[in-house]
Design a protein around this ligand. Structure first.
Ligand SMILES: *Cc1c(COP(=O)(O)O)cnc(C)c1O
Length: 401
């Protein structure tokens, strides 16, 4: 079955099951306690942790429907567990695979809050951590006690690609577990499990939710790793509300249609920005000529509308002249919604194995579902304000052609 068909049919009742009376969407089951008609039924519900409705915290049919649909999309024989946020998915994966005395290798371009977790809680638990450059040969960095290798491709803020299958192969030969934050590509455009990765991590908050109204994460793995993930989440008491699972599954249904448009608009904006004199560099693996383009082309089947560009150097006031007055692009962090966002970053604070040497401001774009021409006009006016402020000219200067 192709992904588009899975997106429509996975996580729904089939044929004549009629558990939900034939309604198209799995209803929202609110539950704390679950009652049983008999001791035998009580026991049976605990014997099937993937779908047994046993206790509200472990999920209801709404949770299972979303998890099943995600697992179908991720493929590779994996099962999916929903957790309260994308960050919880990242930390659950690390907590499930590392214990006191272990060592973890983390890509330097990791989502910044994950680095904070590693520097804080993970180290406090007695796990040592080494960061590596996205393209580093990790073989010399692997130690006998290395248990987890954490990838993110492309990297947060700066979009460096990684050779995921090659890294996963090395890690597996070492007997350690590879995990990847796959949020950028979504399970539609990259399949970690099929590329030798053990755990696929998602912030559902982004494209899967897709409507800027929920926070959630998922971890997906085949057995026996999946059971470790579930044990960890259960022990921590992680819980996802059925309302959010319902919204996440509703978002998932239209993921393919939305992603195609995000990609199309992303490429159009990126190509346009690349032609602007005030833009030094566009960073987007989907763009031919990007340092990560060949890896992206080899391993991924598409790209979202999330990318960055580096402006010509200038004072913060010039950057603010641009960003404070955008008409369609809102200043905001959590991307992947239907609306376009723009946000400046200074990635240097969250790097230790690599250096960020750009002197111009790094600006990230999340291309939404608006008309691409309208978005370009907004960017054009913004860049004109930027160059106007650079020249000390009034902020209403005409666009430079
Ligand atoms: C946003 C994000 C997360 C965290 O997701 P939340 O749901 O906001 O906790 C993790 N990884 C990446 C790459 C992200 O962009």
């Amino acid at each position: 079955m192709h992904d588009d068909t899975k997106l429509t049919h996975a996580g729904r009742e089939h044929g004549d099951e009629r558990r939900h009376h034939g309604v198209v969407n799995t209803p929202v089951y609110h539950a704390s306690t679950v009652t049983y008609p008999s001791m035998a039924a009580m026991k049976a519900s605990q014997a099937t942790p993937d779908h047994g409705v046993f206790y509200g915290r472990m999920g209801t049919p709404t949770t299972f429907a979303f998890q099943d649909a995600m697992a179908a999309l991720e493929g590779g024989g994996g099962k999916t567990l929903a957790v309260p946020s994308g960050l919880a998915a990242c930390t659950t994966a690390l907590l499930a695979t590392c214990k006191a005395g272990d060592h973890a290798l983390i890509v330097d371009t990791v989502y910044a809050p994950v680095r904070r977790f590693c520097e804080g809680m993970l180290k406090d638990l007695g796990v040592t951590v080494t960061y590596f450059a996205p393209h580093a040969d990790i073989r010399p960095l692997l130690q006998p006690n290395t248990k987890a290798v954490y990838l993110e491709a492309p990297g947060s803020m700066t979009f460096e690609m990684q050779d995921v299958p090659a890294l996963a192969k090395i890690v597996r030969a070492h007997g350690a577990i590879t995990m990847i934050d796959n949020t950028w590509a979504t399970p539609l455009y990259f399949k970690p499990l099929a590329h030798g990765v053990d755990i696929s991590i998602h912030s559902v908050t982004k494209y899967i939710g897709g409507h800027s109204d929920l926070l959630m994460g998922t971890v997906t793995a085949a057995e026996p790793v999946f059971t470790r993930l579930r044990e960890t989440a259960w022990n921590l008491g992680l819980y996802v509300s059925p309302d959010d699972c319902y919204l996440a599954l509703r978002g998932l249904r239209t993921l393919s249609a939305r992603m195609a448009r995000h990609q199309q608009t992303g490429l159009r904006l990126a190509n346009w920005l690349r032609s602007r004199p005030s833009v030094q560099r566009v960073i987007y693996p989907a763009l031919p000529g990007d340092p990560g383009h060949l890896l992206w082309q080899r391993d991924f089947t598409g790209a979202p509308g999330l990318f960055a560009f580096v402006l010509q150097p200038g004072p913060d006031a010039a950057l603010a002249a641009m960003l404070d007055h955008m008409k369609l692009f809102a200043l905001g962090y959590s991307w992947g919604g239907f609306e376009s966002l723009i946000v400046p970053f200074t990635p240097g604070y969250s790097r230790s194995a690599t250096q960020w040497t750009e002197t111009g401001a790094l600006v990230r774009i999340s291309a939404g579902l608006e008309d691409a021409g309208d978005l370009i006009a907004d960017l054009e006016a913004g860049l004109a304000r930027f160059t106007g402020a650079l020249a000390g000219a009034p902020a209403t200067a005409q666009p430079r052609r």
